[in-house]
Design a protein around this ligand. Structure first.
Ligand SMILES: [Zn+2]
Length: 474
């Protein structure tokens, strides 16, 4: 009898317990990344947290020891691992003509295998394919990073790059911008091979009036101040920043206008006249106008040393394919045929650019990590070269935290996508990378990838390796 009472009271208390739970049922979500070191790239702080994810977005982050109202369908034990936003490569190219479409499509795997969940395609001649991939990736029908693209570049008549929109007379600006808007590109990319300085500045102004985001090279026949005043939102590469930091910029600009000297002849003259007072004014202006700068240090180094470094054993060559490797030859020939002085100048310039990137960062100018990988850009491989870019920044004195900020957080800021991307916080899209070791301690740890989460799919280390192996071109 006593036992029966005991059992009855046990059962009733069990019902009470269950009753409590029924009043506040746990919310079921898709996934939990448990017990992980979450890196807050804004503050640099690391917290031990559980990250709950549902429908591809972050539901909540809680300290590992705290109680939670969430229950996950699957849990990834990330003890001892480091979690940060998936990497952004903020300057790549998908290009090279129809015969290289499949090689370019293959790049998409290389980005994911390297933890790169977003790329900014800075213009090429494969726009229909790029837009198709962009949509298929967004619908999770194709493995690859989120693609933000400029579509065709805007340049002048007989532009260097295939597929460019050519502005020869003022009316062409409107036509070019109309066609880009129709394609709903994510930004407008300007190039400097043939466009006149006047048309260049007017294109920026008109794009800005339409509310479009602009990035570009800069014809040396205009000054950096004129370009910033026109409204350019990001400067690709450091040549143009260097020009704006030289005390003789106006004089050199006049010589270029009268064709007394050319682009490469102007380089040493500008570098030798770098003036700290001019530079600080330029940095302040870039910062005030919130203009981003894309240093592309890794490709700069790679191209500056083509005459010395043998790339024939590079691991990534096997992912490129013969057709793509052939596009490398142009830059290789130019490097090998250059005079001793030009080669020396190029290396001097490369070292100078490293210091310039550091100075820009010290001054608070927003940098964007971009590899410039793609066809024609010799030995600058999609995926791995973004890690090389981050490493190059740190080798030039930028802290690992600041270097990491130039990838996802600044990439999202530049494209005005910070509501969805750029940090690990509630409501944001869960495109994440889990590392085996702390990248704030050693930037090379960005390459120690444990898992990648992209578009609701978790890629384990093994799956990432399989993806890489499957990308080898036979
Ligand atoms: Zn580029």
């Amino acid at each position: 009898m006593k036992n029966r009472i005991k059992i009855a009271s046990y059962i009733s208390s069990l019902f009470i317990l269950l009753g409590c739970q029924n009043k506040e049922p746990k919310q079921s979500v898709d996934m939990c990344i448990a017990n992980t070191n979450v890196i807050d790239l804004e503050t640099g702080q690391i917290k031990l947290q559980d990250v709950y994810i549902n429908n591809g977005r972050i539901s909540t982050l809680i300290n590992t020891d705290d109680n939670t109202d969430y229950i996950a369908k699957s849990t990834i034990d990330a003890t001892g691992k480091y979690l940060l936003p998936g990497f952004w490569d903020n300057h790549i190219h998908l290009r090279g003509g129809d015969s290289l479409i499949s090689n370019n499509k293959n790049f998409l795997n290389l980005f994911i295998a390297n933890g790169i969940t977003t790329v900014r395609d800075a213009g090429g001649d494969l726009t229909p394919s790029v837009l198709e991939w962009k949509h298929q990736i967004a619908e999770e029908k194709l493995v690859g990073p989120t693609i933000f693209t400029s579509g065709s570049k805007i340049d002048g008549p007989n532009a260097t790059w295939a597929g460019s929109l050519e502005v020869e007379k003022e009316a062409d600006i409107n036509t070019a911008l109309d066609s880009l808007e129709k394609l709903r590109v994510d930004f407008v990319k300007l190039y400097d091979s043939r466009i006149s300085g006047e048309h260049y500045l007017k294109t920026i102004e008109q794009a800005e009036t339409r509310g479009l985001i602009t990035s570009g090279h800069m014809p040396f026949t205009v000054t950096l101040n004129e370009t910033i005043d026109a409204g350019l939102d990001a400067v690709e590469h450091l040549y143009y920043i260097m020009k704006g930091c030289a005390s003789n910029e106006v004089e050199i600009t006049e010589k270029l206008k009268s064709k007394e000297i050319g682009f490469w002849q102007a380089m040493p003259a500008l570098m030798d006249n770098y003036a700290d007072s001019t530079a600080q004014k330029t940095f302040q202006k870039l910062k005030d106008q919130q203009v981003f700068v894309v240093p592309t240090l890794h490709i700069g180094k790679t191209l500056s040393y083509l005459d010395e470094i043998d790339h024939s054993d590079d691991t990534y060559l096997k992912f490129m394919g013969d057709g793509l490797i052939q596009t490398y030859q142009g830059r290789i020939n130019r490097a090998l045929n250059a005079s001793e002085k030009v080669r020396r100048d190029r290396k001097k310039l490369d070292a100078f650019f490293g210091q310039l990137a550091k100075a820009l960062n010290d001054a608070g100018v927003g940098l964007l990590a971009g590899s410039d990988s793609g066809a024609y850009n010799s030995y600058t491989y999609p995926g791995i070269s973004l890690h090389e870019e981050l490493k190059e920044m740190v080798e030039n004195g930028i802290s690992p935290l600041d270097a990491l900020r130039t990838s996802a957080p600044n990439g999202a800021k530049f494209l005005k996508k910070s509501t969805d991307y750029g940090s690990i916080s509630k409501g944001k899209i869960a495109e994440l990378v889990i590392l085996d070791a702390n990248p704030l301690e050693n930037i090379e740890n960005t390459q120690k990838i444990y898992a990648v989460l992209k578009g609701g799919t978790l890629f384990t280390e093994k799956q990432l390796n399989d993806l890489l192996n499957a990308s080898e071109i036979q």
